[in-house]
Design a protein around this ligand. Structure first.
Ligand SMILES: Nc1ncnc2c1ncn2[C@@H]1O[C@H](COP(=O)(O)OP(=O)(O)OP(=O)(O)O)[C@@H](O)[C@H]1O
Length: 298
């Protein structure tokens, strides 16, 4: 069965789909096995992006982006407005089907797969809590693992009809939901409607939901927007702790101080391309980066 063939059996929880372009996978290309092997991720680099492109009509939003992400790292992805950061995230996570290039997660090519398929393989991103989800409690948000997360397959396996151990799996899912809420110190809010949470608490919930399914690689999309300094410290401390446990993070964040202080590596995008990819100090001193930011409406 194709990767997209059974997608409709699941409920759409969030608007992560990029439209008709997601409905099919990228056509198999004609490259040789040797070329294909060269694009796979080497050991210690769970995510490899090669020559990624995305065009919207006549506009090239992502123009040949390549990078590898190190295991257990916190890498920042920055760039002025319109640089192509979100589109890159969307192409990696299957929200958009790339126009060209490839994405590998460990040994597997995930280019053009639908978001939940990619999540099932261990790459997730944080999603904003949508309006429907604000009308559910925090715990319900956790248990209703959103489309595009590994929990979906876990949840499906506890539905009637699944073979054996249904209660055990359901209990495990609940236990993990509680543990994750405790980890982010929002377990006391479990019965609260998500809509009643503060901006910062919602960000913690978004992160908890992404982490619920124990992913390998987590893409954080502006996790600190609207977060007060106390919660910001808490969130960043969690990210560092999780990193030490082996999770790998790629972070899009507009707060440059956070990026420079917390990431060991920074990828700078400008006009759809990678302008610099280095440690924070080197990036900060890079004339091309300074020019790109000075010339842009950041
Ligand atoms: N769905 C779309 N249709 C058409 N153009 C798009 C679409 N999404 C993004 N773009 C365009 O692609 C370019 C890159 O946008 P993108 O949102 O990826 O940049 P960004 O670096 O994330 O910017 P920001 O920091 O402002 O969020 C921009 O010119 C944007 O207008």
């Amino acid at each position: 069965m194709s990767e997209t063939g059974d997608a409709d059996q699941t409920n759409v929880i969030e608007g992560t789909e990029g439209g008709p372009e997601n409905l099919s996978e990228i056509d198999p290309d004609t490259e040789s096995d040797v070329e294909r092997a060269a694009r796979r991720t080497p050991p210690g680099k769970p995510l490899r992006v090669r020559d990624l492109r995305k065009e919207f009509g006549g506009l090239t939003a992502v123009d040949g982006v390549s990078f590898d992400i190190e295991e257990g790292s916190l890498t920042g992805l920055i760039g002025p407005n319109g640089a192509g950061k979100s589109t890159t995230f969307d192409c990696i996570t299957g929200v958009h089907r790339p126009t060209g290039g490839s994405v590998h997660l460990r040994d597997e090519e995930i280019t053009g797969l639908r978001p939940h398929r990619i999540a099932n393989r261990g790459l997730v991103r944080t999603f904003q809590i949508t309006r429907e989800l604000t009308e559910m409690t925090v715990l319900e948000n956790m248990l209703l693992a959103p489309r595009g997360q590994r929990g979906e397959s876990l949840w499906r396996s506890v539905l009637p009809g699944a073979r054996g151990g249904v209660r055990t799996q359901e209990r495990e899912l609940r236990d993990r939901a509680w543990e994750t809420l405790e980890r982010f110190e929002i377990d006391h809010l479990a019965e609260e409607y998500a809509g009643n949470l503060s901006g910062g608490q919602r960000k913690l919930l978004e992160m908890a939901r992404a982490l619920l399914t124990d992913p390998d690689v987590v893409l954080l999309d502006e996790p600190l927007a609207g977060v007060n300094p106390t919660l910001e410290r808490k969130l960043l401390a969690q990210v560092h702790e999780l990193r030490e446990e082996g999770y790998t993070f790629l972070l899009v964040e507009h707060d440059m101080d956070v990026i420079m202080e917390h990431c060991e590596r920074v990828i700078v995008m400008h006009q759809g391309r990678v302008l610099a990819d280095d440690d924070p100090e080197t990036v900060r001193a890079d004339e091309r980066v300074i020019d790109a930011y000075l010339g842009a409406n950041v």
